[in-house]
Design a protein around this ligand. Structure first.
Ligand code: MF3
Ligand code: CO
Length: 249
């Protein structure tokens, strides 16, 4: 069942989402060679709490941290640790916030220092794919029009979209209906309507689309060991253009 949000509820969500955006921006500025993912976790958690909000991921189905920190071949759900970031790495930071009864969720993949040109291309294509998806979140379209736009853009650039994890509705729960896959035929699935709030989150692999979850029960890595990038926004479908709730103002 898809829960539509009233304009007032969207405004409340926008407040939670704005803290997500500010936190991502804040921790983005501290990412450099030599820092650990655990240090980024600590700063993110403090920053979220100092904004009178609650980290949404900590304790969610037993997840042990406030952010997901996924390095290089790690696709999503990397657990912050004492791993030291090195020049040329990429770091996906995914974080969620709960405030005023609603959730916000976003992710960004940062280069660590200077990266290879092919790595930069992966990041650019993955981020642009997110915006291709968002552009299609229009009231007369269907969920899979978002999916198809993402997949065709990514594959036209020679990369692959992950199938095993998908985007989702979001609101009073972190994960609501509908699922928002990053692949598929156009014109399928629920029709988009004003008041829908969606977390659109392409995961783009440099090699094959297959992923494996490590023995920690969380960390998803690429099966072929190649790089993966993840970008996510929480958006609201409106009467015209979608509103990106987790965009930094
Ligand atoms: N953005 C992720 C998602 O939508 C959240 C990670 S789930 C958690 O699935 F368990 F790590 F919190
Ligand atoms: Co999400």
């Amino acid at each position: 069942m898809i829960i539509l949000k009233s304009p007032e509820e969207i405004e409340t969500m926008a407040q939670a989402c704005s803290i997500v955006a500010k936190t991502l921006d804040y921790v983005g500025n501290m990412i450099r060679p030599g820092i650990t993912t655990g240090q980024i976790e600590q700063v993110a958690e403090e920053y979220i709490k100092s904004n009178k909000a609650t980290p949404a991921f900590k304790g969610y189905r037993g997840y042990p941290a406030s952010i997901c920190a996924s390095v290089n071949n790690e696709v999503i759900h990397g657990i912050p640790s004492d791993r030291v970031l090195e020049e040329g790495d990429i770091l996906g930071v995914d974080l969620g916030v709960y405030k005023g009864g609603f959730y916000g969720d976003a992710a960004y993949t940062f280069p660590v220092g200077k990266t290879e040109p092919e790595t930069e291309r992966l990041l650019r294509v993955a981020e642009a794919a997110l915006y291709r998806g968002i552009e299609n979140a229009l009231p007369h379209k269907r969920i899979s029009d978002i999916s198809c736009a993402i997949q065709s853009y990514v594959e036209s650039h020679g990369f692959a979209v992950v199938r095993a994890f998908v985007g989702h509705g979001i609101g009073r729960s972190l994960h609501e209906d509908p699922q928002v896959p990053n692949f598929g035929q156009p014109g399928r699935g629920p029709r988009l309507r004003p008041g829908m709030a969606l977390a659109i989150e392409p995961m783009v692999n440099a090699g094959g689309y297959e992923v494996v979850v490590l023995n920690d029960g969380w960390t998803a890595v690429t099966m072929d060991g190649q790089l993966s990038a993840h970008f996510e926004h929480t958006i609201a479908v409106t009467e015209d253009q979608p509103r990106i709730l987790t965009r930094l103002n």
